[in-house]
Write a protein that binds this ligand. Structure first.
Ligand SMILES: [Mn+2]
Length: 476
């Protein structure tokens, strides 16, 4: 999914569109390839078994708390240490982590409560490394670490129909918390189906059906979600939670639009992905970056930067990606899972959709509109679930001949989800707003009933060309 699409979809979903339009066919989440993901304990392959396992676990759980720090310094005194233990100890001692090829090369390693170097936006330290943004020092990381340290059981939730950032961030954090000895429950609202492209992510054994989540969690961590409604059936858990930590990068994020529980908002609208904030939290929790954790974070980073192509792909993004590769992520393997997999059925559906596409050169103020539709029947013929159609719009919008591209996708319930894109000269967000949906200038959506051709007529009527000065009145 493209970056604007992700945001537009969220906006659209927050607007007038009913939640049922996203309901895809139910496959079995339990059948998702849940690879064996080892907790990051010293019994990990990456961390050889040592006689001090208990102390290490205690120190980890203690985190920045006095007893934790004490355990760490005690262990440090037992050194000299090399390898992952040395790294853990350096982190615990508040020293800058990572020299040479070690992890955390891009982030300062302050104790919880310690100072961020604050060299400005993605400033560079003396070594040329990219530091955590100064604006992050304003976030209450300490309180988040404290709440996590105190909790025995932690619930995680991300938005419905999770993308690579939502699910990748959540599973990475889930694995990190499990390595701290926490009981971790992670879920997302129905349809509880892990998208095919994300089934390679480790940690899926920590997922459970949303109805099995505690009704009133002691600590709930919401990821990549700007409003409680986007959690679907888990919104009630957010409202009933005693304490709440929000990790997000949406502009409107941070409050989830609710009152009640204590909220710690670790939100940065300028972060390219929620995975960047999770990365920082994991660092502050002193959890070593295992390959399994890194895979989730990398999936989030790659997804929300469009495979490092969007404008949000900053030096800090690449610096984080470098650390994730050092932790063992294979970019070719992740790319294949995320972007380059399709069933033959999908290719047939795509071919049909492209074959049916119509180019209306007069629409959008003469800049052109290219559109197609995919019905339930089109999908049924090839056995393609609704949620696999996300990439179709990205193929259609490649056509240079049209300013606006539109794909009408029929859900299993029978209504139509209308995805729109523009190249920037036409405001599809305003047009979709007038039709009950919403989004951004270049990516927006709305839901409709009836024949797609009629829906396109309605859309064409509200699409203004760049020369048209009349006001929209849409929500944008
Ligand atoms: Mn995201």
């Amino acid at each position: 999914m493209t970056e604007p699409e992700g945001r537009a979809r969220r906006s659209a979903l927050l607007g007038a569109t009913p939640s049922r339009h996203r309901r895809g066919p139910q496959s079995r989440p339990g059948a998702a390839a849940s690879q064996d993901s080892q907790p990051a304990t010293p019994s990990d392959p990456g961390l050889p078994a040592m006689p001090w396992e208990g102390r290490i676990a205690a120190a980890r759980v203690g985190g920045g708390a006095p007893e934790g720090a004490e355990a760490w310094s005690e262990m440090e005194a037992l050194g000299p240490w090399e390898g992952p233990y040395a790294e853990m100890l350096r982190c615990a001692a508040g020293r800058r982590c990572g020299s040479g090829t070690e992890r955390r090369a891009a982030a300062p390693c302050a104790r919880p409560g310690g100072e961020q170097p604050g060299r400005g936006e993605s400033g560079r330290g003396e070594s040329g490394r990219v530091d955590a943004p100064a604006r992050w020092s304003g976030l209450d990381w300490d309180r988040a670490v404290e709440l996590i340290g105190k909790a025995d059981e932690i619930c995680l939730a991300c938005h419905v129909t999770p993308d690579g950032d939502a699910l990748g961030s959540m599973l990475a954090l889930a694995l990190a918390l499990r390595s701290l000895g926490k009981r971790v429950l992670a879920s997302f609202g129905e349809p509880f189906t892990v998208p095919t492209s994300l089934r390679f992510l480790p940690g899926q054994d920590l997922l459970l059906e949303p109805w099995r989540m505690p009704a009133a969690p002691q600590l709930l961590i919401a990821l990549d979600t700007a409003a409680a409604e986007r959690l679907g059936s888990l919104a009630s858990r957010v409202r009933a939670a005693a304490t709440l930590i929000v990790l997000d990068h949406h502009a409107s994020g941070g409050g989830l639009g609710i009152r009640g529980p204590e909220q710690v908002r670790l939100v940065d609208p300028e972060a390219a992905a929620t995975a960047m904030l999770v990365d920082e939290l994991i660092r502050r929790l002193r959890v070593p970056l295992t390959r399994d954790i890194a895979l989730g974070l990398y999936a989030g980073l790659a997804s929300d930067t469009g495979s490092f192509r969007y404008r949000c792909t900053t030096p800090a993004v690449h610096a984080m990606a470098a650390r994730l590769l050092e932790a063992g992520v294979r970019p070719d393997e992740v790319s294949r899972e995320l972007w380059d997999r399709a069933s033959f059925g999908y290719l047939q559906v795509l071919a049909g959709a492209l074959g049916r596409a119509r180019l209306d050169r007069d629409a959008a103020g003469g800049l052109g509109l290219l559109w197609t539709a995919i019905s339930r029947a089109d999908r049924a013929d090839s056995g393609v679930p609704y949620d696999q159609l996300e990439g179709v719009i990205d193929q259609l919008r490649r056509a240079d001949d049209a300013e606006v591209a539109v794909v009408c996708k029929q859900t299993d319930e029978g209504d139509w989800y209308v995805s729109t894109r523009s190249r920037g000269r036409v405001d599809v967000g305003g047009a979709c707003g007038e039709l009950g949906g919403g989004g951004h200038r270049t990516a927006a959506a709305f839901t409709a009933t009836g024949e797609p051709a009629d829906t396109i007529d309605r859309l064409r009527a509200v699409l203004r060309g760049p020369g048209d000065q009349s006001d929209h009145g849409g929500t944008g």
